[in-house]
Design a protein around this ligand. Structure first.
Ligand SMILES: [Zn+2]
Length: 294
């Protein structure tokens, strides 16, 4: 029979997931607003702040601590994460890289507060299939790296695909691998042709010659917002759960030090895509809103 503490933890985790899904649906900007306005911007920033605060608060609550103690620090992290997305849509070279770093730092703050660490004690930064973990505590500061298995396999498959061309300049600017299809248009979930797609932190674009005239700056900005969004899903949601699960296995702590499988990320992302049809996805609303810049 499971211990009462485990039962309570499970029950709280179950409830927490339901609350977060509900909030994702509520805190969504309207799609189709072509130009950013101050009030729209405040709604988007507020939704990010709220999501950060609730994530940390719920993490504390699941751990049997005070929900409220996690909220304020998490809200601050959510605000920094929002700023990262905004930076990633800017037009300067390297905007995506800068935005991803800021967004990941915000996501790290959300996780740190939720786990009861110092707000900036651990900063997790994704660089393609490598995940850097920077420990900032003065007496034991240092940087370690983990291989993200899911991303590495996905990236390897794209690199080996002759129909795709790796775009080095855009990759540097986006801070994540960018590929372009040759003589091919990418199909979305429902089978219709789309300009690009972001998956496992990698951006793939359709062949420009086969697409109707598209604003590529805007398309890339849209996909870069998705890259930054994924940092919150990875760092603040999926990683703490996966690390906890793996740590219960034999040699789990050793595995956790070097490897990030991305299994929980895949399960969470898959579940959200399954549950929400394209028109109702708050992360698509946000990317569609942000892609046009200010
Ligand atoms: Zn999108």
């Amino acid at each position: 029979m499971p211990k009462p503490r485990t039962v309570d933890l499970r029950r709280r985790t179950g409830r927490a997931v339901a609350i977060v899904v509900l909030l994702l649906l509520l805190t969504t900007p309207g799609r189709g607003a072509a130009q950013a306005t101050l009030s729209q911007e405040l709604v988007v920033a507020g939704a990010n702040t709220l999501l950060g605060g609730l994530t940390s608060g719920i993490m504390r609550w699941v751990r049997g601590e005070s929900f409220l103690e996690g909220v304020w620090g998490g809200a601050l992290g959510g605000g920094v994460h929002y700023a990262g997305k905004r930076i990633s849509t800017a037009g300067f070279p390297g905007a995506g890289l800068a935005g991803t770093m800021v967004g990941a730092a915000g996501a790290s703050m959300v996780r740190n507060v939720g786990m009861g660490h110092g707000m900036l004690e651990y900063v997790t930064l994704p660089l393609g299939p490598i995940v850097l973990n920077w420990r900032t505590t003065p007496d034991s500061a240092g940087v370690s790296a983990r291989l993200h298995v899911g991303r590495a396999i996905f990236l390897g498959r794209l690199l080996l695909n002759d129909d795709l061309r790796f775009n080095g300049a855009e990759s540097l600017s986006a801070g994540t691998p960018v590929f372009e299809a040759r003589d091919r248009v990418i199909e979305g979930e429902s089978g219709h042709e789309i300009g690009g797609v972001e998956m496992w932190g990698t951006i793939t674009l359709s062949d420009r010659g086969l697409m109707p005239p598209l604003d590529y700056g805007r398309l890339l900005a849209h996909e870069r917002v998705h890259v930054v969004q994924e940092t919150l899903l990875n760092i603040a949601w999926a990683d703490p759960i996966e690390d906890w699960l793996v740590s219960r296995l034999p040699y789990g702590d050793v595995v956790n030090r070097y490897v990030d499988f991305g299994g929980v990320y895949m399960a969470l992302a898959g579940l959200m895509i399954l549950v929400l049809p394209y028109e109702y996805r708050p992360w698509e609303d946000e990317a569609a809103y942000m892609e046009s810049g200010w």
